[in-house]
Design a protein. Structure first.
Length: 452
């Protein structure tokens, strides 16, 4: 049990607050006993030092939009609320760099740098962005959207970070920081680690100039045909900003959407060439599913939307869905969300495996993501059937090097029926790093792969 008085004393001179946890202070079903909300990096260090001295397990929380991703922690004695770290520290427009504290909402950061016609190209799912997803949460989950194809993922965009380790030690690595630790690039190491190695308090990111002109090419067809055409566009000289595939649950048809960005007439010319590869026409706006996770378009009720075949010019509010009947679940509760990776040539096999698993195990599997091989799957079915279906998807890749399927969000029944992480390379090294940075397993124990 957390000693709130000692935690409050530790935080007192640094600003912030400590309180007893309430009914909503839960991490993926695991209740906390206390919540601390520091207002500075020094406050985070003081709280963690005291929490570790008390033997508490601490879990960081920002807006909580992905707090149920990964595995539930073994314990969550203390929730460390990072929303008090809400300062945009620096925007070096001339250097295309922004530095922000962990509690800054990503939407706030995007608005701030957008005034200088710049952007942080992360393309968070609309639901997370609208829910206030923070810089710390962005790094913790390592989630990236459609334009990772050309600009890279979050790990490629983060230049450096200042973190606090479990014992209260502050350490920094990478650009815009002054002290390194143990030879690690902490910014990249902590990206996607679900807060199990340290608490990010500040991060620096590489920005890109905003590209004023864009065009979309959207088409549909049989699974193998769409995968092949999408692969042709990715491998072409057209430099697409994104090539996304959407395969609704239960469908033998998928949709592909290509985004071209730039300035002037060149965008239209490249879009025309992409349309030639896809056999479709150009439109102004994205399809309705663009950048959203499968299952996130519920809108309160299930729906099937038969739409006319072909692609025509549209607005940024939507666009043709190319003849693909789309069935969206009523809500994300009860739907297992997984992240599937594959090689560029392995995407076709992943699409086929999803259809085969549906027919074999009586499940629904919606797949959506980049044609270069990072897709999300929404699996609907009984826990046992879902576990079998995930195993079937994993079998589509012969090794972790060529593809993985990790479960991000699932019920306890589904988690009990399968290994949410699946085969992972380098696990011994990852465990060694955990032992070095958090030897007492005080930070989100059990949330990451291998029980880290």
């Amino acid at each position: 049990m957390a000693d709130l008085g000692r935690l409050a004393d530790a935080l007192r001179q640094h600003g912030g607050e400590v309180r007893q946890a309430g009914p909503d202070d839960v991490v993926d079903g695991v209740p906390a006993t206390a919540v601390a909300r520091p207002a500075s990096a020094e406050g985070v260090a003081a709280v963690l030092r005291e929490a570790t001295a008390q033997g508490l397990a601490t879990v960081a929380r920002g807006a909580g939009t992905a707090l149920d991703w990964g595995a539930p922690p073994e314990r969550a004695d203390l929730i460390l609320d990072t929303t008090g770290l809400d300062r945009l520290v620096e925007h070096g427009a001339g250097d295309l760099v922004v530095v922000a504290e962990a509690g800054v909402p990503v939407a706030t950061l995007l608005e701030a740098v957008g005034g200088a016609a710049q952007e942080l190209v992360v393309d968070l799912p609309p639901g997370r962005l609208a829910g206030g997803s923070t810089v710390g949460g962005l790094l913790s989950t390592g989630a990236s959207g459609p334009r990772r194809l050309q600009r890279g993922g979050v790990r490629d965009l983060v230049l450096g970070a200042t973190v606090v380790l479990a014992d209260g030690t502050r350490a920094s690595s990478g650009g815009k920081v002054v002290k390194n630790v143990a030879g690690y690039d902490l910014a990249k190491l902590l990206t996607g680690a679900y807060g199990t190695l340290g608490i990010v308090v500040r991060a620096a990111f590489r920005l890109h100039p905003a590209r004023p002109d864009r065009a979309f090419v959207v088409g549909s067809g049989p699974l193998a045909d769409v995968a092949a055409r999408a692969r042709d566009v990715v491998a072409s000289q057209l430099a697409p900003a994104a090539v996304e595939i959407d395969r609704p649950a239960g469908s033998d048809v998928a949709e592909v959407a290509v985004l071209l960005e730039g300035t002037g007439d060149g965008v239209g010319q490249r879009a025309g060439a992409a349309a030639g590869l896809l056999g479709r026409r150009v439109q102004d706006g994205p399809p309705v599913w663009w950048a959203a996770l499968p299952g996130d378009l519920a809108g309160g009720s299930s729906r099937v939307e038969p739409v006319e075949t072909g692609v025509s010019t549209g607005s940024t509010s939507g666009g043709s869905t190319g003849g693909v009947p789309r069935v969206e679940p009523v809500e994300t509760r009860g739907v297992t969300l997984a992240k599937a990776t594959a090689t560029l040539t392995g995407v076709a096999g992943l699409l086929t495996a999803a259809r085969d698993a549906e027919q074999r195990y009586d499940v629904g599997i919606a797949l959506r993501g980049t044609a270069a091989g990072v897709l999300h799957a929404a699996v609907t079915g009984t826990p046992e059937a879902t576990a079998f279906a995930v195993g079937h998807l994993r079998a589509a890749a012969p090794s972790p090097r060529e593809g993985t399927v990790t479960v991000l969000r699932a019920s306890r029944e589904v988690r009990a029926a399968l290994d949410v992480w699946g085969p992972v390379g380098g696990l011994d090294l990852m465990r060694a790093i955990k032992r070095q940075l958090d030897p007492g397993r005080n930070l989100a124990p059990g949330r990451f792969v291998g029980g880290i």
